[in-house]
Design a protein around this ligand. Sequence first.
Ligand code: FIX
Ligand code: ZN
Length: 414
Amino acid sequence: MSAQSHPTLCQVVNEVVETTSVFDIHTHLFDPAFGSLVSWGIDDLLTYHYLIAEAFRCSTEPAEVFWSLDKSQQADWIWQHLFLERSPISEACRGVLTTLRLLGIDARKRDLPTLRKHFAKWTPESYTDHILQIANVRKVCMTNLPFDDQERPYWEKGFTRHPSFVAALRLDPLLLEWEKTAGQLHGWGYDVRADLSGQTLGEVRRFLGDWALKMDSQYCMVSLPPEWRFPENTVTNRLLQEAILPFGRDHGQAFAMMIGVRRGVNPELRMAGDSLAPADVPSVEALCAAYPKNKFICTMLARENQHALCVAARKFRNLHIFGCWWFLNNPSLIEEITRMRIELLGLGVTPQHSDCRVMDQLAYKWSHSRPILAKVLSEKYSDLSDTGWHVTRAEIERDVHQLLGGGFEAFIKH
Ligand code: FIX
Ligand code: ZN
């Protein structure tokens, strides 16, 4: 008889990574109180912009034909092209099938009308809780835009907040379309001018303070094009230096930058038409050096930037890097980037966020990322073992909690 076998290091790491609840630090999900803004269910899953881009490649029909369809017809069209006429082998297609599997829905008959019936019994509230539990996600950070006419009324009216949803104040229109946004701010009673003169910068700070309070935002954030440079005398940088960063220091709000997106490269794809290019890591380093009292959070979209960004984070303790964003959220790239980050930064990084737009996606995005994190960590703990340093289960739990959002919470803490 063999002695009772102990779990291997690899089994313990897998189990801990599977069972540690995540703080998902960047998503486009909404608290269920946002009603019709909440996306969920099979039609929203199929019309995710990642899948729209893939389905367009399979058809020669004019784009307007697709855009003239209603949501369920668009879902039918995508299902036909990506799931019926060819095998759904891409990461985004696989994600739909993983989600259905985790929901206990059998998709093998490939019958979309039957799949739809499984979602009919849920309300956004009950569905949200169900998904959070399946995905083992404890907290979700939204992306909140005071400039959005559909979203703003919910904040202005007020609502009872779901305990798992926290806010992040998104500032793209303020930093990237100042002239238009100045008009909006003016209309809301802030004494701002398009040329930034007079009280403008103080008033922008007042606006930020009002909205950070209203949303109880965890941090402020922007997505920036690859051309963004610092220092450089631009309206974006003046707003950053004279409004956002002083506000951040006064209110303990970190500033997140998601850099490298080229919006609308193919306009006929609408929101599926964005692309990327390498961005400038020295600009991030210059910002961190110039503002040591501000906290910065950063992710970059181009694979080419990932190594230099890790090195930047080694140099500046006020910089926390995160996530395998968008076109990087694919297993081969997640593995490469996660391994490199852990080698260069140890546990001082948040390896992944989901960027979910549809509630159900929490299930697949985390289910696809967790085994990769476990694989990389097992390898690293095993290398440690070879030195004679054996980690305990409690130490592994501590480390994984840190990687899955705990370290980020500590970083942004006021
Ligand atoms: O700017 C962002 O936050 C991006 O993540 C989105 O704009 C993008 O559409 C997306 O969903 C990527 O995953
Ligand atoms: Zn995003």
